[in-house]
Design a binder for this molecule. Structure first.
Ligand code: SME
Length: 159
C-alpha cells in the first residue's frame, strides 16, 4: 500500500472515531474541516459552503483565512461542483475562468459535493498553495472522507 493510501486509511479511522456518537451537522463539518486542514499536507483552506436560500451557497464551517460568504450556484469552482453534483479538481486556478479568489495563496483546488439522500447539502472546498496538488488518490481519499461524514451526520437544510 502506498504511503498516501496509508495516510488516508488513517484519516478514515480518525474521522470515524471523531464523529462517533455525534450527528449535529455544524459540529461534524467543523470537526471535519479541522481534521483535514491539520492532517493533509500543503493546504491553505478547507471547509464547506452550504446550499443556502435562493440559488446560492453560503459559507459554513472552515479552517483558513476569511472567505467570501456567498457563491451563486454555477459560479466559481464551488458553484460548478454544486451545479454538476460532481467533484471538480483545478490544477491551476489561473486557468479556470470565473475562479473566485478568496485566499491569494491558493494555486490549486478541489471541490467535492456533499450529497445525502440524493439531496445536495453542501460542497467541501479544499485549496492548496501548490500547483496540481490533488492526485487521483487524493480525489478518491477526499470523496471517501466525505462519504464517512455524510453517513455519520443528520442533515437538515433549515439550519
Ligand atoms: N475558489 C472558490 C471560492 C471559495 S474560496 O476558495 C474559499 C471558487 O472559485 O469557488
Amino acid at each position: 500500500m502506498s504511503k498516501l493510501n496509508e495516510q488516508y486509511n488513517l484519516l478514515f479511522k480518525q474521522l470515524a472515531t471523531l464523529l462517533d456518537g455525534e450527528t449535529n451537522m455544524v459540529t461534524n463539518m467543523a470537526q471535519f474541516s479541522a481534521l483535514i486542514f491539520n492532517n493533509i499536507e500543503d493546504l491553505n483552506w478547507a471547509g464547506f459552503y452550504l446550499v443556502g436560500s435562493g440559488n446560492s451557497l453560503q459559507l459554513g464551517p472552515f479552517q483558513g483565512q476569511v472567505a467570501c460568504t456567498k457563491i451563486p450556484i454555477g459560479h466559481g469552482v464551488c458553484g460548478l461542483a454544486a451545479k454538476k453534483r460532481e467533484t471538480v479538481t483545478v490544477a491551476d486556478i489561473d486557468q479556470f475562468e470565473g475562479h473566485i479568489a478568496c485566499d491569494s495563496r491558493s494555486r490549486s483546488e478541489i471541490v467535492c459535493p456533499v450529497i445525502a439522500e440524493d439531496q445536495l447539502i453542501a460542497v467541501l472546498d479544499i485549496d492548496s498553495p501548490l500547483f496540481n496538488r490533488f492526485s487521483q488518490q487524493d480525489i478518491k481519499g477526499i470523496e471517501n472522507l466525505v462519504e464517512i461524514l455524510v453517513n455519520k451526520t443528520r442533515w437538515s437544510l433549515s439550519y
